[in-house]
Design a protein around this ligand. Structure first.
Ligand SMILES: [Zn+2]
Ligand SMILES: [Zn+2]
Length: 319
């Protein structure tokens, strides 16, 4: 009995949290959607629309940053510039992946929602803070799946057949820099010029977030659904989790480390510098969202050493 009253007190405290200021317009829009479309259309075409609009909207600031000189100082790999050809190639594969790999997966959303018993009604929609808490739970589950599978994908037997595509730009850059180290200065300048013209020297950039082999898209993507198996009760969570996951994955692939990035308030959030190190070095930092698994298994050692050196250099400059 005592436990029940404590639980009821807790719920009363949660009720004191501010309500969503956009609640009324959101209710009208949600009700209009339910009146107009079937559950199949909402789950399939609604999910596709949200994924595409959110993906390219979230990529936009990182894409525009390359044209703004003031943003240059926030770029992580300063020596590697974005190139039109590189970004165009990435966009082509990305659109192929979105429509030929992810669309069939999204087409299964309705049946998954039925299997999970997801609700669509406005009355059963969780509060904004409950949605956030459920998204955080999904992120922890996905991060765990991502860490172990991503680490496995770096096994030499799997890497060259599957995961290499996601690292494609960096492989070319490393081979290239290794080759030019043995050349004379004049030859180096010539080769650098040719490579710049070929436009293939790339550091991670936002669009690359979902640039991957279909097998990787499906297997790593499975982690996205694992959290839903545990927490999902409403279609709104599926869409909220899509937005959170895209925000995170595009941020860590943006190639920029913005000091005002609000995602850094999340406890243990890895961020772009962390994942950029993985793309630069191919080993360590296998997690997607949080730093915990890498810390626990010691796969972030090289990154921590590098961060210490960077800090030392900064301290020297300040003296
Ligand atoms: Zn990556
Ligand atoms: Zn990797």
């Amino acid at each position: 009995m005592n436990n029940i009253s404590h639980w009821a007190d807790g719920m009363a405290v949660l009720d004191l949290l501010p309500s969503n200021p956009l609640q009324e317009p959101a209710r009208l829009a949600w009700t209009a959607m339910l009146n107009r479309y079937s559950h199949f259309q909402i789950a399939t075409w609604g999910s596709l629309l949200i994924h595409e609009v959110a993906y390219f909207t979230i990529c936009l600031p990182g894409f525009l940053a390359q044209f703004i000189p003031a943003m240059r100082k926030y770029k992580i790999q300063q020596s590697k510039t974005e190139t039109w050809q590189g970004q165009w190639r990435c966009l082509q594969l990305l659109l192929f992946s979105h429509f030929f790999v992810q669309l069939p997966m999204i087409a299964c959303t309705f049946h998954c929602a039925e299997f999970l018993g997801l609700n669509y009604s406005w009355e059963t929609m969780p509060n904004w803070w409950a949605l956030l808490a459920q998204c955080a739970g999904c992120a922890v589950v996905e991060d765990t799946w991502h860490y172990f599978l991503h680490r496995l994908l770096h096994h030499p037997r799997l890497y060259r057949h599957v995961h290499k595509i996601h690292h494609r730009y960096t492989v070319i850059v490393l081979v290239f820099f290794h080759c030019i180290q043995t050349m004379t200065t004049a030859s180096q300048e010539l080769v650098l010029h040719i490579m710049t013209c070929l436009c293939y020297v790339q550091a991670p950039f936002g669009l690359q977030a979902e640039y991957a082999h279909p097998v990787e898209t499906i297997t790593l993507g499975f982690g996205f659904f694992l959290g839903l198996l545990l927490f999902a009760s409403h279609m709104a969570l599926l869409w909220a989790w899509v937005l959170c996951r895209l925000l995170e994955t595009i941020d860590v692939h943006s190639g920029y480390d913005w000091p005002w990035n609000p995602l850094h308030v999340l406890p243990g959030y890895a961020g772009s510098r962390y994942h950029d190190f993985h793309h630069e070095n191919f080993v360590g930092n296998y997690s997607s969202t949080f730093i915990w698994w890498d810390w626990l298994f010691g796969t972030d050692g090289a990154y921590r050493e590098k961060q210490k050196l960077v800090q030392k250099e900064m301290n020297k400059k300040c003296k």
